[in-house]
Design a protein around this ligand. Structure first.
Ligand SMILES: [Zn+2]
Length: 171
């Protein structure tokens, strides 16, 4: 099994990148982040090569919600996940924000191979980075500080699990 490691990136750096994207959309103070509008309308404008593909599950490996090829400039999203995100399902929104992180940060230049999983500290694990970025984009610490998990879940349109982690991080 191949293990990947990414350039070291802290939660704070990931939160800063997420904040810049929110500034681009003028939604710095909004609890709700419009992830679908971002990848469909904004990202193609700032990155002319970006290609979003909505695909059937047969076009992805089993149990895969989405796949990103940063060097080929492609994000593929399984159609049920895409429509779920359009319908504001928290997990689907999170999946797309997670893939967005892979797209922005994990091109060949920033990714290398690791001999074993235990060689990878979490801040160099691309999956940890993508999950942390997604949480910081959809429920930024500076906005959710002091809120309870139910309110974060509802207002940010994220899963209870993700809201719980953010609440725990910023309480
Ligand atoms: Zn991932």
């Amino acid at each position: 099994m191949v293990h990947y490691k990414a350039r070291p990136t802290s939660r704070r750096e990931l939160a800063n990148i997420a904040h810049k994207l929110r500034r681009l959309l003028c939604v710095e103070q909004d609890l709700y982040f419009p992830i679908i509008e971002f990848i469909e309308l904004v990202l193609p404008k700032i990155d002319k090569e970006f290609d979003l593909e909505i695909v059937e599950s047969s076009e992805l490996p089993p149990n895969t919600y989405a796949l990103t090829y940063p060097d080929d400039k492609i994000i593929k999203i399984r159609s049920d996940v895409y429509y779920g995100a359009c319908a504001n399902q928290g997990r689907a929104r999170f999946t797309i924000a997670h893939e967005l992180c892979h797209y922005l940060l994990h091109d060949e230049e920033n990714i290398s191979f690791a001999r074993s999983k235990s060689d990878i500290p979490k801040y160099m694990d691309p999956e940890w980075q993508a999950n942390t970025f997604a949480a910081e984009l959809l429920a930024p610490g500076y906005l959710i500080k002091g809120m309870n998990v139910e309110d974060i879940t509802k207002n940010c349109s994220i899963s209870y699990q993700c809201a719980h982690i953010q609440e725990n991080t910023y309480r």
